[in-house]
Design a protein around this ligand. Structure first.
Ligand code: NAD
Length: 524
């Protein structure tokens, strides 16, 4: 009940982080309203499921058409609410969702249909098995502010196509993007109660977990993820946890400095570094260290920081001032422990309180917070290494394991190193963009999370796997039923030899010894 009171008084605000303009204020959804939303979702879900995958796919296709038509309007809204440059909103939000929809439209039916399960065990040959994929019921989604449209959309679309109802609790900073998503889905034909949004802060998220959801997809920070895992454990709620990252970038000694420095600068500063997959630590072979730093500094200084609505802006503001302070504090910690600030390292107060200059740091070490904690800001800390072995060791020396990248002219070498890095995804010669590959599973290892979203594996997370097995000889008692005795034991020994003995003579003898079993009738 204490939670009810806490939720009832809360208000959240959507504001433009570039200008401070208040876009809209919301009263938080109360706990009672969260429960009511769940009840409506549960009541509406069976009908949604019974429509079948093909009809749901038709609605997704319409959603895709409408999203494409409204791409500019929605991208502008995302930029105003989350700060990222308009072109990034187009590429990392709208394009990602259009393509994810394409994936579910093209593959949803094939991936969700029943699957025959052939039986290898000779004793089970008279049975027919099927994998049936059943929706969980109501999926709860709790999402962050950094990709306020594409995260709830890609997760929500997977849940919907599989026949679930969805209740989303977006970040308190980006309610408008989630409401826009809901509006589009409803216009496309998803029933109102099948996709709902509840508004508010962490307390409302906690309320959603306590309500009657069947599975939770959480995307956010590691500390919140741990709290959520604890809350979910108390009622054995299945959860997917898409958490933070400290993604390493490994630049091998054969890399092309001109290309790789551009990749590093984009990978570290896209969305002002507020991407779970952004380059958070960069390791460069010592032979390339100085030219690489020089190239990165030159390219970073060319970046135009400003309001994301301006067409020539490369880097927008951080989401709020608290985030700026986090970044500032990590950079100061590095500086005080001997890191060199080659460019940036300051706020850009002339642009507003939420702007921080894209920053390149050299001579960082693993003793500094900047190489251990998720910074989530426009900082590229660079450290040299002497051997591939050392690079792999440094990459794996982290509590996180979301993604990583390896940069080399030799793809085979890059892929060999990729296999040794502890991460959910490793890209060779690019970073971050795996989020736009709808076929690719997304998720982490170690503290970066549990479970997968996106692609085939993401769809499988949205269904319960049920196994249905039916016996083709319903009128026959099974030979393994009661009525044990010496004869049956000998037959079974023979049966095991028939199937598993390594020499053919023993197999043949096994076949003869077990032959009688087929005529055996259960005695009980
Ligand atoms: P956050 O953990 O502060 O909040 C995420 C969501 O959880 C918000 O909606 C918030 O209101 C809600 N929440 C907070 N406390 C809660 C509680 N006790 N119970 C239930 N819900 C609660 O994260 P953020 O600052 O919004 O997002 C940034 C973080 O998200 C970064 O760590 C980033 O790496 C991570 N992230 C991960 C991925 C991924 O796919 N792995 C993608 C994007 C962002």
């Amino acid at each position: 009940m204490a939670t009810d009171v806490q939720i009832a008084v809360c208000k959240v605000v959507s504001a433009n982080p570039a200008t401070g303009e208040i876009l809209r204020e919301f009263e938080c959804t109360t706990q009672a309203q969260v429960h009511a939303a769940l009840a409506r979702a549960r009541a509406a879900q069976p009908d949604w499921n019974e429509r079948g995958v093909r009809k749901r796919i038709a609605i997704l296709r319409e959603f895709q058409r409408m999203l494409h038509e409204k791409k500019s309007e929605i991208a502008r809204l995302i930029t105003r609410e989350a700060g990222k440059p308009y072109v990034e909103a187009l590429l990392t939000e709208i394009l990602v969702v259009l393509d994810a929809t394409r994936f579910y439209v093209d593959n949803g039916y094939r991936l969700l249909r029943e699957e025959r399960v052939p039986h290898g065990n000779l004793a089970m040959k008279a049975k027919a098995g099927r994998i049936v994929r059943e929706p969980y019921g109501v999926i709860g989604i709790i999402s962050p502010w950094n990709y306020p449209f594409s995260i709830p959309a890609t997760e929500g679309l997977a849940a919907l196509v599989a026949g679930n109802a969805v209740v989303v609790k977006p970040s308190e900073f980006t309610s408008l993007a989630a409401l826009e998503l809901a509006w589009l889905l409803h216009e496309a034909g998803v029933p109102k109660h099948v996709f709902q949004v509840v508004i508010g802060d962490g307390a409302v998220g906690a309320g959603l977990i306590n309500a009657d959801i069947d599975k939770l997809v959480f995307t956010g920070s590691v500390p919140t993820g741990k709290r959520i895992a604890q809350a979910a454990a108390s009622r054995l709620l299945p959860v997917i946890l898409e958490l933070g990252g400290k993604d390493p970038m490994l630049v091998l000694n054969d890399a092309d400095v001109e290309v790789v420095s551009s990749g590093a600068v984009w990978g570290a500063f896209v969305n002002a570094g507020q991407a779970c997959l952004s380059v958070e630590r960069c390791y460069v072979h010592r032979s390339l260290y100085e030219p690489f730093l020089e190239a990165c500094v030159g390219k970073t200084r060319q970046l135009r920081v400003g309001d994301g609505m301006a067409a020539d802006t490369d880097v927008g503001p951080l989401i709020h001032e608290r985030q700026v302070r986090n970044v500032e504090s990590d950079v100061e910690d590095a500086r005080s422990h001997g890191a060199r600030v080659l460019t940036g390292g300051t706020r850009l107060m002339e642009l507003g309180p939420n702007f921080y200059a894209p920053t390149v740091l050299a001579d960082v070490t693993h003793e500094m917070r900047i190489m251990r904690d998720e910074t989530f800001g426009p900082v590229l800390p660079v450290m040299p290494f002497d051997s591939d072995e050392e690079a792999v060791r440094l990459a794996n020396d982290s509590e996180y394991g979301l993604a990583a990248s390896v940069w080399t002219r030799d793809r085979a070498r890059g892929e060999a190193i990729a296999r040794r890095i502890q991460a959910g995804t490793v890209m060779v010669n690019d970073a971050v963009s795996c989020f736009g590959i709808s076929e690719a599973p997304h998720g982490g290892v170690k503290a970066s999370g549990v479970g997968r979203t996106h692609g085939r594996f993401g769809l499988d997370e949205m269904v319960r796997i049920k196994y249905v097995d039916s016996d083709r000889l319903p009128g026959v008692k099974k030979v393994w039923w009661y009525g044990y005795g010496q004869a049956f034991t000998r037959q079974m020994e023979g049966f095991l030899d028939l199937q598993f003995a390594r020499n053919w003579g023993q197999r043949l003898r096994g076949a003869l010894r077990s032959a009688g079993v087929y005529a055996r009738k259960g005695k009980v």
